[in-house]
Structure formats: structure tokens, C-alpha cells
Design a protein around this ligand. Structure first.
Ligand SMILES: Cc1ncc(COP(=O)(O)O)c(C=O)c1O
Length: 387
């Protein structure tokens, strides 16, 4: 059989590669973005309660009404935004799935979609799986600000979507109101849809506030805003996310969703609905800010360079120019095997594998994990390794 190549990505994702290498070498894993601390016991108990009180069959296609309503209430509480639980919210099996379903809702064969790079690794394959072409626009290291002239230049009559990610993986950069205004100016008069990947919306530092595309009245009309409970409640393995979009876009999204997974894990939806309605204090950023600050302080004792502290997300990018001149992938593998700390090289986040000699650390870890990892990195202080 000759099977079609549905997208251009080859091999296994870098996250799988580095996590497997970490395991093989018994390294401390600061590579993949998942927390190593437990979820709230109350949330765990609610999952058990759901299973024992009968929440075990298919949920309605758009998601359990109680969860969609809890999300609408949450957006009212946190952003003072009106969200219509019936016509604007769809529950999905994770944000990655929601991104795919949103792209599939708007893209046809031959269309183009703009991706700001470095980018989360599913975006480009998802575009290509729809027969469309990804048009990458680089963000310039080490600040990773948007070059708006390049965004404008990337737009063609075939452009049907642009995907934004704030707070950003892997760089931790965040968008301001001005960024959204500039995007609105550029998109006005076009029929380009915005996919706004906001899975780290509640992890934002230094007194800043997350600015969701839903707060931008003009852009909201053309946007799919995509979220993940996994990042908020430390339960990435539950794989529950959601999409908020205006009714017309939600209808298109659900036309795809009903023939992809149709429904989403019912007991998890019940547990999240109860939890969100009662206990959620929206203060996850506080815990993550402490972790980021702790990690950055520790990192000062190592030869890594922090060009720009993460403004959000749970990732910190660092330069290793004082340690080695190896390409980043080689360096990350070497660091795992020799030093016992796994990171993610940044070049796989670019379609042209641009190598700015940076690696990404995930600091959503217990203090003892961070301390042990940086303890190992301190041994590099006097070393300079060449390839
Ligand atoms: C930018 C970004 N989007 C989406 C996701 C995936 O979210 P989920 O686990 O809900 O599919 C991640 C997870 O790492 C991410 O970093």
C-alpha cells in the first residue's frame, strides 16, 4: 500500500523524543509541558462522584449544558464578558483537537493559513491535513515580537486563517491590546478567520493581564478562541478543552466536531462543571509566578542566558552560548545524556528549523524538581563544550 503523506512533519514529535530520552537516561524532565504536582483532591473526588452518580453515557454533542454554562459564568466573572453557553461554547477533547476542528471549519484545499513561528507543533500539520498551505512568519529572537510588515506581506487572496498564541509556547511572550488592534487593522476588509490559542490564559506574570481575543469586539466576530482545562487545573491527561466562537463560526465548528469525536468524556465534564462553578479562584498565575521566579533565581547560578523572562505560559527559553556551540537539538540531547536534565530545543518549532541556539525549560514542576534540575545544570559552570 502507498499511503498518502497528509502533512510535511516527519518522524516523532520532539516532545516524545525528549521525554523518551529523559526516561532512558533517568534525567529530570523539564522538557514536555505538563505539571509534576497533583490535581486538587476535590476535583479528583468529583470525577469519582460523576461515575458513581450516573454520568457515564454520551453527553450532548456541544458538551454538557452545565459545563458550558459554568464556562460562560467564568468568563463573566473573570473578564466581564457575555458568552452564550448554548450558541458560542463547544466542549472538545483538548485544545489540540479544537485547533484542528477550527482549521477544518474554515480551510479548503488550496487555501493558505498564516502561522507565527516558533509555533506549537500541531498547527502546520493541521493546516496541511486540510489540503491548505501554511505560510510561516518568523518572530525575531530573542524578543519574539511580531513583525507586522511581514504579517501584511504574508497575506494573499488565498489566506483564510491566521493562528495566534498568547501567552506563547515556547517563548512565554504575551499579546497586548495594541497587538490585537494592529491585527484588526490588518484583517479589516478580508474574510480571514482568527484562531486564538489561549491555553495559557491564566498563567501570566508581573501584574500583567491576559487580553483575550474575545475582549476585542471587532476581532471576536471572526475568531475561534481555544482553551484547555489541562493547563488551568494541572490535569493535562484529562484532555478537555473548549472553543468559544460567535454563533455562525460555532455552527461551522460543530459541523466538523459532530463527525470527529461527536461527544467528549462525560464524567470529566461533570467534574469540571462542578469544580469551575464553586472552587475556582483564578489564582493559578500566583503559584506559577512563584515557580517562574524561583526557577529564574536558580538559573542565575548557571551559565545559561535568560534574554527575556517569560511573561506568561509555563515555559522559559534560555541561550547556551556560554556552554556550547552545538546545534540546539544536539545540545538538548547531550544535556539529557550527560547532565541529566531534559529540555526542548527551539528549532523544531520553526518549519525551516531555524537554530538560534535556544532551549526551552518547563517550570510547571515542584520546587524540589526545579532545584534538583538546576543543581545539575550548575555543574556546567566551568565547562565549555564544543561539538
Ligand atoms: C500552545 C499550545 N496549544 C495547545 C496545547 C494543547 O492543549 P491540550 O492538551 O488541551 O490539547 C498546548 C499543550 O502543550 C500548547 O502548548
Amino acid at each position: 500500500m502507498i499511503l498518502p503523506q497528509k502533512h510535511s512533519a516527519t518522524g516523532t514529535t520532539i516532545f516524545t523524543v525528549m521525554s523518551a530520552l529523559a526516561q532512558q537516561h533517568n534525567a529530570i524532565n523539564l522538557s514536555q509541558g505538563f505539571p509534576d504536582f497533583p490535581i486538587d483532591e476535590r476535583l479528583a473526588a468529583l470525577l469519582g462522584e460523576a461515575a458513581s452518580t450516573g454520568y457515564n453515557q454520551y453527553s450532548p454533542m456541544p458538551g454538557l449544558p452545565m459545563l458550558r454554562q459554568a464556562i460562560a459564568n467564568d468568563f463573566k466573572k473573570r473578564y466581564d464578558l457575555k458568552v452564550d453557553a448554548d450558541n458560542e461554547v463547544t466542549i472538545t477533547p483538548g485544545a489540540t483537537y479544537a485547533i484542528y476542528a477550527a482549521f477544518t471549519s474554515v480551510l479548503q484545499s488550496g487555501d493558505e493559513a498564516i502561522v507565527l513561528e516558533p509555533a506549537y507543533d500541531s498547527y502546520i500539520p493541521n493546516i496541511e491535513m486540510n489540503g491548505a498551505k501554511a505560510v510561516p512568519v518568523p518572530l525575531a529572537a530573542p524578543t519574539f515580537n511580531v513583525d507586522w510588515d511581514r504579517v501584511k506581506a504574508a497575506i494573499s487572496p488565498r489566506t483564510k486563517a491566521i493562528i495566534i498564541n498568547t501567552p506563547h509556547n515556547p517563548t512565554g511572550a504575551t499579546w497586548t491590546r495594541e497587538d490585537w488592534d494592529t491585527l484588526a487593522d490588518i484583517l479589516r476588509g478580508t474574510d480571514i478567520a482568527v484562531l486564538s490559542d489561549e491555553v495559557y490564559e491564566q498563567i501570566i506574570f508581573d501584574g500583567k493581564e491576559h487580553y483575550t481575543v474575545l475582549q476585542h469586539e471587532e476581532l471576536r466576530q471572526r475568531s475561534f478562541a481555544l482553551f484547555s482545562f489541562g493547563k488551568v487545573f494541572h490535569n493535562t491527561g484529562w484532555k478537555i478543552g473548549y472553543c468559544i466562537a460567535p454563533p455562525m463560526l460555532t455552527q461551522a465548528f460543530r459541523r466538523i466536531h459532530q463527525f470527529l469525536s461527536f461527544a467528549v468524556n462525560t464524567p470529566a465534564q461533570y467534574a469540571l462543571a462542578q469544580y469551575l462553578a464553586t472552587a475556582h479562584d483564578g489564582l493559578i498565575w500566583k503559584m506559577m509566578q512563584q515557580k517562574r521566579d524561583y526557577f529564574l533565581e536558580l538559573m542565575q547560578q548557571t551559565p545559561f542566558t535568560i534574554h527575556r523572562p517569560a511573561g506568561g505560559s509555563y515555559f522559559q527559553v534560555a541561550g547556551y552560548e556560554h556552554i556550547s556551540d552545538m546545534p540546539d537539538l544536539e545540545f538538548a540531547k547531550w544535556l539529557t545524556e550527560t547532565c541529566g536534565v531534559a529540555t526542548i530545543p527551539v528549532s523544531p518549532f520553526y518549519s525551516n528549523k531555524q537554530d538560534d541556539k535556544l532551549v526551552r525549560f518547563c517550570f510547571a514542576k515542584k520546587e524540589e524538581t526545579l532545584k534538583a534540575a538546576v543543581g545539575r545544570l550548575m555543574s556546567l559552570k566551568e565547562a565549555r563544550i564544543t561539538s
